[in-house]
Write a protein that binds this ligand. Structure first.
Ligand SMILES: Cc1cc2nc3c(=O)[nH]c(=O)nc-3n(C[C@H](O)[C@H](O)[C@H](O)COP(=O)(O)OP(=O)(O)OC[C@H]3O[C@@H](n4cnc5c(N)ncnc54)[C@H](O)[C@@H]3O)c2cc1C
Length: 306
């Protein structure tokens, strides 16, 4: 038996099919290949790893083995395919296509550089959920309780693909929850199409239009956390917990929601120091129940993470 098909995630060999410019700072890259038929996605914030050509210019060649990560870590950095985390935006497994929306932040990182310059046919590899695996769900945090009545989303552009996926899911419900969505974007034209419903209040917060002191990465997200309308059910009945401090230069902040309460559910993702500050603001200052909110650092300004 091929043990590979039983693992929750597996390696997919794909090539770039096409690139679609979505906005000044965002491009949709559609990856294609017969192996995509075996890919799965379990939630709108499904995270995956993408492997790009190594610094020596060679295409990624991660082996299709369950222990690939040990081999990867033992490979010298100069020969190692840079690995970065992204979100499945749309998967059309039957058509062997998967869309991933990339923030184009310049040539300063291997992912953004590759996404800005690659041509159809160029290869990458992806570690993504395996359709053949029948077991526990992995690699996503959007797990709202059934019938949730009030949702808060705060995201910067890296997390907008996942957050719009969440809005699309909610819009399809027979009774979508009251939802506030705050999206920090670099430029006005980075607004992307989203479904709307009565009860959704959508705020595109444009860095270029903000006062100078609010243009730093995440500053508008922090403002949003301070002014969001929170329902009574969002608040803890106890004193705020002692939150352990997080060194965002060494780890990504990652607090998972864990609740069965249908009164409120929060999902916050973006630049790590902004997320750390939002965690303190919501939980310590505003008294939000910690277990009702996912707080996720997606990247760290000035740092390289894989
Ligand atoms: C669960 C999860 C899901 C994610 N989904 C997506 C997604 O769908 N789309 C997406 O675009 N990103 C997504 N990200 C973020 C992405 O992994 C990071 O932005 C990553 O650092 C990009 O790699 P890079 O090689 O371009 O830059 P790196 O080599 O990691 O960094 C190089 C430099 O670029 C800076 N940098 C990194 N990202 C940005 C940015 N967005 N804006 C400005 N400067 C930046 C770094 O601070 C560093 O100084 C996700 C992250 C996580 C954890």
């Amino acid at each position: 038996m091929d043990a590979r098909v039983e693992t929750p995630y597996r390696i997919f060999d794909v090539t770039l099919g096409r690139r679609t410019i979505l906005s000044p700072n965002m491009a949709r890259l559609t990856f294609v290949g017969p192996q995509v038929r075996q890919m799965a996605t379990l939630a709108p914030d499904q995270r995956i790893k993408i492997f790009f050509p190594s610094p020596n210019g060679l295409p990624p060649a991660i082996p299709h083995r369950a222990d690939w990560y040990d081999l990867y870590k033992s490979t010298p950095v100069k020969d190692r395919a840079p690995m970065r985390t992204y979100t499945i935006r749309y998967l059309r497994a039957d058509e062997c296509e998967v869309d991933i929306d990339f923030v184009l932040h310049g040539d300063n990182g291997p992912a953004s550089r590759w996404a800005g310059a690659a041509n159809p046919g160029d290869p990458v590899q992806i570690s993504a959920p395996n359709r053949a695996h029948h077991g526990g769900n992995q690699g996503y945090e959007w797990k709202p309780p059934a019938g949730v009545r009030n949702v808060l989303l705060i995201a910067d552009l890296t997390a907008v693909p996942a957050a719009i996926g969440v809005l699309e899911e909610l819009a399809g419900l027979s009774a979508p929850p009251v939802t506030q969505a705050f999206f920090e974007i670099p430029e006005p034209d980075d607004r992307l199409p989203v479904p709307v419903w009565e009860g959704l209040s959508l705020h595109w917060m444009v860095q270029l239009e903000a006062a100078a002191e609010h243009r730093a990465y995440g500053a508008l997200m922090i403002d949003a956390a301070a002014r969001a309308n929170l329902p009574q059910g969002a608040f803890s009945t106890e004193a705020p917990p002692d939150l352990p401090e997080i060194d965002v230069d060494t780890v990504l902040p990652w607090d998972r929601a864990d609740t069965k309460s249908d009164s409120f559910y929060g999902w916050v993702a973006g630049e790590s120091d902004a997320v750390r500050r939002i965690r303190n603001l919501l939980v310590k200052e505003r008294g939000v129940e910690r277990t009702l909110v996912n707080l996720m650092g997606y990247w760290r300004h000035g740092r390289v993470r894989d």
